[in-house]
Design a protein around this ligand. Structure first.
Ligand code: SD4
Length: 338
């Protein structure tokens, strides 16, 4: 993972912010910058690179949907250090890299692919499902076949490095469908986070969202997480805002997490408060499970105000607008940092 540049931690009180950076160019800010449109926000620190790519379209007055597709393609195929999205993603327990992605526009159109193999840009396939078919979701071989018919290249996605990591895992092959602290997959470690969820508002004020991942490393073959499921891993309502999630997808699906966040914002909650409530819902339903897993939500409202909340510490998100292109913010969490 590349170095963090500007890293801002929200203070416990939420009023003042302290700059926490491991880089030389970090700058201290005393408040969350005013929401300025256009804007793009993304989960995790590699969101900075995705945002920068998306920004090129937003800055030129382009559509949020186009910006997000371009942005999501960066971690999907170009960032070789990223083992949780696209081409360099870790495989399932049988050695297959299977990808999940979805996309949603300002009109409520959406498209999705799940458990798709051999195609490096699932976000683009999701968009093609949305725009070229009467369906919302294609899975497995059907999704790959559709992508090829649409002119996309079939390629081997398991890189030598990912294969090495998988073979190392096979030595013990400790498998648990929900990765948790006991089996060595700590919340926030390289095996159980790093889906990229992106939300953008363009200069016209239109909102779109995109989410793409290789899912949980070493999952059962055929397992699908929250990321390609509209309402779970992503939801956008152009009147209200958008939300996306990262972490253990099973718990997000059970709670229809991103839809819940958007509905809570509709009722007047701020993005951060809505994310917090959705996290609390997961914890309340399954407190013993929640202790050992990570789930984080990221949201933006129609005004461009944004916020996040996670079960465990360590969840970060990147923000990019005309004021700054490489801001990284550490979201608040239910459990304190140790
Ligand atoms: C999943 N939510 O497949 C994804 C994984 C993830 O950060 O987000 N990791 O369950």
């Amino acid at each position: 993972m590349y170095n963090r540049r500007k890293f801002i931690k929200l203070s416990a009180a939420g009023a003042s912010l302290a700059a926490l950076s491991n880089s030389a160019v970090a700058k201290t800010v005393s408040a969350i910058p005013d929401a300025k449109l256009p804007i793009v926000i993304s989960t995790w620190d590699f969101g900075i690179m995705a945002n920068k790519e998306a920004w090129k379209t937003l800055e030129a007055g382009g559509r949020a949907l186009d910006a997000l597709e371009a942005g999501a393609k960066i971690p999907e195929a170009l960032d070789i250090t990223n083992h949780t999205v696209g081409r360099h993603g870790l495989p399932d327990r049988d050695g297959h890299v299977t990808l999940d992605a979805c996309i949603m526009d300002e009109f409520g159109n959406c498209g999705s692919v799940a458990a798709m193999e051999d195609i490096a840009h699932p976000i683009s396939v999701a968009r093609l499902v949305m725009e070229k078919t009467p369906h919302v979701m294609l899975v497995g071989e059907g999704a790959t076949q559709f992508a090829v018919e649409q002119g996309m290249k079939k390629e081997k996605l398991l890189t030598p490095e990912s294969e090495k990591i998988w073979k190392e895992w096979l030595k013990t092959a400790k498998y648990s469908p929900v990765m948790n602290i006991e089996n060595g997959h700590k919340p926030g470690n390289e095996y159980n986070h790093d889906t990229i969820g992106m939300l953008a508002i363009d200069a016209k004020g239109n909102i779109s969202g995109a989410c793409t991942t290789s899912g949980m490393a070493f999952k059962l073959h055929g397992r699908v997480g929250d990321s390609p499921i509209i309402g779970a891993g992503l939801y956008v309502d152009n009147e209200v805002g958008g939300a996306t999630s990262t972490g253990v997808g099973e718990e997000v699906i059970r709670n229809v997490g991103s839809f819940l966040v958007v509905e809570l914002m509709r009722q007047g909650m701020s993005p951060e408060k809505a994310c917090k409530e959705a996290v609390h819902r997961i914890i309340k339903k399954k407190p013993d499970t929640a202790k050992n897993i990570q789930v984080g939500f990221l949201a933006i409202n129609k005004k461009g105000e944004y916020g996040a909340y996670a079960i465990q510490p360590g969840f970060s998100f990147a923000v990019c607008n005309a004021q700054q292109q490489d801001l990284l913010i550490k979201g608040k969490s239910f459990y304190p940092a140790k």
